[in-house]
Design a protein around this ligand. Sequence first.
Ligand code: ATP
Ligand code: MG
Length: 336
Amino acid sequence: MEKDSKIRVLTGDRPTGKLHLGHYVGSIKNRLKLQEESDVSFHMIADIQALTDNADNPEKIRKNVLEVALDNLACGLDPQKTTMFIQSEIPEIAELTVLFLNLVTLARLKRNPTVKDEMKQKGFGEDVPAGFLCYPVSQAADILFAKANVIPVGEDQLPVIEQANEIVDDFNRFYGKIFDRIKPKVGDTPRLVGIDGSTKMGKSLNNAIYLSDSHEEISKKVMDMYTDPGHIHVEDPGKVEGNVVFIYLDIFDEDKNEVKKLKEQYKKGGLGDVIIKKRLIEVLEKFLAPIRERREELAKNPSEIMKILEDGTERAREEAKKTMEEVRKAIKIDYF
Ligand code: ATP
Ligand code: MG
């Protein structure tokens, strides 16, 4: 980031489902920290981006706008400090996307590792919706309309930020310097594994513990977790590496010494899966119960939540207008 620049934070979620533990450790924790430390902070609900792979299901996206807002507020996002807004209500983002599309090649989009992974996961191949393939470009517009320069994200988003920085460089070179380079800020857990042990907990992957899960749901998911398939009898020595229960204990259990002891005992043999699973259920319940309670309280007044988003959107639109004026002037499309 340039010297003397203000810290302008922008972060966001796709309203494709409720948020989960991966969001918390990958991004939300940093959002909460940065809303205190930054000069300006934005949170965007990326409904247009969510439609790029859900064009046939607008009801799902519409419904989840509220869920995603509730999740963030329940975790402690403060609308007095963070401007919360809805992407589709800022038409300037679409305008900026169109201008940025000229700075990106098809080959570069196809090479983006995140896009590649997600296309494979979704089974798209050559039939990928053009909007989906181009989402890194619209994501650059999401960030830059607000002149944001610090972005709390999970590790999966790093290649998308890299591509946004290429857009910044080209834009500044062709039209004069308007935008700062963007600094991604990845959480202590860059990529939380799913409860099935797969590389990423994802809300479209059916392998998540949600921030709003009940005690019963948490218990069921933990009891079904993958441990070590070679650990059949309690007395057998067990593996700790790649063992999802221990991965989660390492992240969420505050008593690091106890976890260390449990690991040693598990490796030697003599510690059953049920014991470590019960401990994890307790640890997660302690972490999630206050979030769940706040969420239930907030969910009683959906119109208040929508009002927060409406007010935030109005503020974000002011920023968007200012940026677009500068951009139009720089590109010489300011006629009247
Ligand atoms: P979808 O499957 O619809 O893309 P998602 O679970 O990937 O949903 P997003 O809304 O795309 O969620 O991501 C929001 C933010 O949370 C991003 O910064 C992303 O990097 C981060 N994030 C998502 N899943 C994880 C995870 N398992 N570990 C760490 N960070 C994550
Ligand atoms: Mg995602």
